[in-house]
Design a protein around this ligand. Structure first.
Ligand code: AHR
Length: 667
């Protein structure tokens, strides 16, 4: 098994290199602190300014992040391509004495990309009976009170076969009846909303209607979407879609609660399509091929990756809308020939992929009137070019002639787009990248021990994007537990690492946690741990989300020079001190992963005049395993208090197992 160089720790090696988290269990009696430490802050020393995009988000399709996650679509396998033989996600309900069947067919392609459809054959159905095809969505269909759901699908009735009729042929029963569309509980006891379509014809027709639930409805997810028919004959369905209200009411948009949780973090950039979702997990056909993710849904076939098929309804333009909606700088990654089963070598064979990347940049940034791809973007609905400043070449692409492939992409992109900052997966030598991307999936203990790692980074080299980081629990990797989101112990590892990155903001210019999302249903997730968890109805902001929220709302614009006396190098006490110049605030962050209190003497210097009252926010719990869950989403949340008697020198006691942030107001 290959071991990539240090600083580049991702899928390939995370399992191999992961150290075991061994934080001592909380003792019966709280042991004594090893003694006070002094945190000396030099307000006069030159400060390091934060890049404006310091904190961001990383996203990819892992863990049903989009289908069954952020993407608003509620129907699973809407184009019947998840499995070419089996209508997965769909169930046929046949009343007693009725005869019916369903199958995936390619008899009537809707488009060249959507070439499969669902064939429903009703041979016999009694009066007052209905045959039903239903979809139970992504682990349930969420139904909420007083809510409008937009339904759309293509349907057609059968036609007389276009061949010479033979005497023995029975007359086909032509299906020309309407269909009834409903939202119903799984046990069939409740129908929350329903509507009837016009009669079907022999041609595909697009049907659009609205389902409205009553205000008395109780929110639930144990529901299904139903299409019912009460007449014999054969009909066909394709691109069956059900959308609840979306964030900012965008058509084909995103789930509001997840957008709000991201917005709450106040991120500044979005790294996409990121991770294994870019390179593919397996053959080259599992890569992110942006050209297949644009245009009308009728022309998006989706693609397999991470063990399931992605609809790509959330495609390239939708990523950009996501950036627009949350005011995020796009940091795109382009496919550069490497997929998990192999790679396309640098040279002529790689050229089509270089061209794809150039086309992608033109699609995003090109003028709508004068460029080919800019005109296509305008046709897709966004005439105004996007601003694009960052492009990453591949993801976790460490060997396989990355040097040569990076050079080829670098030269092609820089020739045409001189100002775009190029991000490399490591410090390549063939060209000088503007930024390099580091990935870390490690234990709490590792992050604490490596708290000074970036203090030693080369200040003359490329800047650093820490494009994936998270405190993981590899020791639990084979167990299924509901705790797929980080617990307090992990949030403290994350906090230690955020201190490490913050303190070195002159070289670490951007950072983002990964993965961002997890659908917590068994069968939905493949990767622990993930920042935000959800099922079909509810979502939870993890303890780490809370830690990141505190960091992002207590940062300011520069990092102050600070040092800790008596720091135990075998058990560092992570800290970071930053300032908001406009507001005149100083933020002191301290991370205690120990089961005892720590006393800290803060020294600001004699001439510093500071308000005597300060805010202290603490994120802690009794147990490092404490978690926020869907059932108890606020089990661990920050608590703020005001303290008095603050002066230029003051003492503070930090709780065991805590992130503590002190906000001082300078006068
Ligand atoms: O974030 C999960 C995975 O970890 C990503 O797909 C990959 O880039 C990394 O190894």
């Amino acid at each position: 098994m290959k071991v990539p160089p240090i600083n580049r720790i991702g899928i390939a090696s995370a399992f191999l290199l992961a150290s075991t988290t061994c934080i001592p269990a909380r003792a019966e009696t709280t042991p004594m602190s090893p003694g006070p430490v002094r945190l000396v802050i030099d307000l006069k020393a030159p400060a390091k300014r934060f890049a404006s995009e310091f904190a961001g988000l990383m996203t990819e399709g892992i863990n049903h992040s989009y289908d069954g996650g952020l993407y608003g679509e509620l129907i699973r396998n809407r184009i019947f391509l998840d499995n070419e033989a089996d209508p997965v996600g769909w169930t046929l309900g046949i009343p007693s004495n009725a005869i019916a069947s369903m199958a995936v067919t390619d008899k009537f392609p809707l488009t060249d990309k959507l070439f499969k459809s669902l064939e429903v054959v009703i041979t016999k159905v009694g009066a007052n009976q209905a045959v039903t095809v239903s979809n139970d969505g992504f682990w349930g269909i969420p139904v909420k009170p007083a809510t409008e759901y937009r339904v759309s699908f293509y349907a057609k009735g059968n036609s007389i076969p276009k061949r010479k009729k033979q005497k023995s042929d029975p007359d086909p029963t032509l299906f020309r009846a309407p269909l009834t569309i409903s939202l119903a509980s799984n046990d069939g006891s409740k129908v929350y909303a329903s509507a009837v379509t016009p009669p079907l014809t022999e041609n595909w027709q697009k049907i659009e209607l609205t389902l409205r639930t009553g205000k008395e409805v109780v929110s639930s997810k144990e529901n299904r979407f139903e299409i019912s028919a009460s007449a014999p004959g054969t009909f066909y369905l394709n691109l069956v879609s059900l959308f609840p209200p979306t964030y900012k009411n965008r058509p084909n948009g995103n789930r509001p609660d997840l957008m709000e949780k991201m917005a709450g973090l106040q991120p500044k950039f979005l790294r996409f399509p990121g991770g294994g979702f870019l390179t593919g997990i397996g053959s080259i056909s599992t890569r992110y091929n942006w050209k297949e993710t644009r245009g009308p849904l009728e022309f998006r076939p989706g693609h397999p990756c991470w063990d399931f098929r992605h609809s790509d309804g959330l495609g390239l333009l939708e990523f950009m809308y996501w950036c627009e909606d949350l005011d995020l700088e796009p940091v795109i990654a382009v496919f550069a020939g490497y997929f998990h089963d192999g790679y396309v070598p640098a040279g002529p064979l790689l050229e089509p992929y270089v061209q794809d990347a150039l086309d992608e940049i033109e699609y995003l940034t090109g003028d709508a009137k004068t460029t080919y791809w800019g005109a296509i973007r305008a046709k897709d609905g966004h005439p105004k070019p996007f601003a694009l400043r960052y492009v990453e070449i591949s993801n976790e692409d460490y060997e396989n002639d990355y040097e040569g492939r990076f050079a080829q992409f670098h030269d092609a992109i820089k020739t045409k787009y001189r100002d775009i900052q190029l991000i490399a997966n490591y410090a390549v030598r063939s060209r000088k990248p503007d930024i390099i991307d580091h990935h870390f999936y490690q234990s709490t203990e590792w992050y604490v021990k490596n708290f000074h790692r970036y203090d030693k980074a080369d200040r003359n080299g490329p800047k650093i994007l820490v494009g994936e980081w998270a405190t993981t629990r590899w020791e639990d990797k084979d167990k299924w537990e509901p705790n797929l989101v980080p617990n307090l112990g992990q949030a403290l590892g994350d906090s230690a690492w955020m201190c490490a990155m913050e303190r070195n903001a002159d070289v670490v210019i951007m950072q983002c946690y990964a993965p961002l999302f997890v659908n917590i249903n068994a069968g939905a997730w493949v990767w622990r741990t993930d920042l935000i968890g959800y099922d079909a109805l509810n979502s939870v902001a993890s303890v780490s989300w809370n830690a990141q929220h505190l960091f992002n709302t207590h940062r300011g614009d520069e990092v102050l020079s600070a040092s800790m006396d008596k720091e135990d190098s075998s058990n560092p006490f992570p800290y970071s001190v930053t300032r908001d110049n406009q507001k005149g605030l100083v933020y002191i962050k301290l991370v205690n992963i120990n089961n005892y209190k720590r006393d800290v003497s803060v020294i600001l210097g004699k001439n510093t005049i500071v308000e005597s009252q300060a805010e202290v926010v603490t994120l802690t719990a009794k147990d490092l395993k404490a978690l926020n869950t869907i059932e108890n989403p606020e089990a661990v949340k920050p608590v703020a208090k005001t303290v008095s008697d603050i002066a230029s020198d003051f003492n503070i006691t930090v709780e065991p197992y805590s992130l503590t942030i002190v906000t001082l107001k300078l006068r």
